[in-house]
Design a protein around this ligand. Structure first.
Ligand SMILES: NC(=O)c1ccc[n+]([C@@H]2O[C@H](COP(=O)([O-])OP(=O)(O)OC[C@H]3O[C@@H](n4cnc5c(N)ncnc54)[C@H](OP(=O)(O)O)[C@@H]3O)[C@@H](O)[C@H]2O)c1
Length: 277
């Protein structure tokens, strides 16, 4: 859906390039539209070519921005590398990478009842996908000493969900990847962030039995405003850390410089005398 009256903007993001994975529907589709409306040239990546092309064409028509559909599977190295090369050739160097593509456990069952291939596909879609995209894009960001990576995280990354074990494992791993990236990038102008979207009404959440009858959806605008603030460099102090749409007030987090291990995965000590605390 087009943002109200949105045409490609003239703000600080104008002329920059974004690559959004999982762009054909759900949160990815909202992000593509919002970034295009702010004047970014936006490449969208997903496996299903027709739905992706339609989405990217619709966004171009609604916003006047340049968009590009790059059909690819985030878990296939050659496919990811070709997609990134295509984006750079068509739109230029990437300023913003959003690792958003991913799957959810097909059935709400404990992990010993899960289908082994589907379980691994879920983990792979988030982890191998985020890794391959980061590996293909970040070296160029480092060379230019500019760029931001947003990994779309989840509350399931900070607490195990027994019926979504693959998803929990994947999102925890993705958060650790963000922290490892941000730490490795310290001293440069390249940053990496985790953004958890809350509970947004999408094909994924509609497929999940646990959200049946749920109505208190997080407005996609809450996800968009956090990602836009990151893209504009307003939340650089949060690099390597977790932000949560719908819970974090943008005005408040803008003014916070998180220290120590705030909003990072940590082992909780059992008490003051815990020898591994
Ligand atoms: N919705 C929520 O409330 C919520 C909450 C927490 C976290 N998240 C996270 O937010 C992200 C987006 O969620 P969503 O609800 O918008 O999901 P969605 O509606 O299921 O959309 C997923 C997107 O990812 C693409 N995709 C899936 N596997 C892929 C692969 N291997 N390679 C390339 N593209 C792939 C899909 O297109 P194709 O199938 O055509 O490839 C689609 O465009 C996910 O990482 C999800 O875990 C969502």
């Amino acid at each position: 859906m087009a943002e109200e009256g949105a045409r490609a903007g003239t703000g600080s993001l104008s002329g920059q390039v974004a690559l959004v994975t999982g762009a054909s529907t759900g949160i990815g589709r909202h992000l593509v539209e919002a970034l295009a409306a702010r004047g970014m040239a936006v490449a969208g990546l997903a496996r299903g070519e027709e739905r992706l092309r339609t989405a990217m064409d619709e966004v171009a028509a609604a916003t006047g921005a340049r968009t590009l559909a790059v059909p690819a599977d985030v878990t296939v190295r050659g496919s990811v590398e070709a997609a990134v090369e295509g984006v750079v050739a068509e739109l230029g160097q990437i300023d913003l990478l959003i690792n958003n593509a991913g799957l959810i456990d097909a059935r709400e069952v404990p992990l010993w009842e899960a289908d082994p291939d589907q379980w691994w596909d879920v983990v792979s879609s988030h982890l191998r996908g985020g890794f391959l995209l980061s590996r293909a894009v970040i070296p160029w960001m480092v060379l230019r000493n500019r760029g931001r990576v947003v990994n779309i995280a989840s509350g399931s990354g900070v607490r195990a969900r027994p019926e979504y074990s693959a998803y929990s494992v994947a999102k925890t791993g993705l958060m650790r990847m963000t922290e490892a990236l941000a730490t490795a990038l310290e001293g440069s102008e390249v940053r990496a962030f985790d953004v958890s979207p809350g509970v947004v009404d999408t094909p994924m959440t509609r497929s999940m039995a646990m959200w049946e009858g749920f109505e208190d959806w997080t407005p996609p605008e809450r996800v968009v405003e956090l990602v836009v603030a990151i893209a504009e460099g307003e939340l650089d102090a949060w690099s390597g850390r977790f932000l949560r749409a719908g819970a974090d007030d943008l005005e408040a987090v803008r003014g916070i410089v998180p220290g120590d291990s705030a909003r990072q995965l940590r082992l909780r000590p059992y008490g003051d005398d815990d020898p591994v605390a």
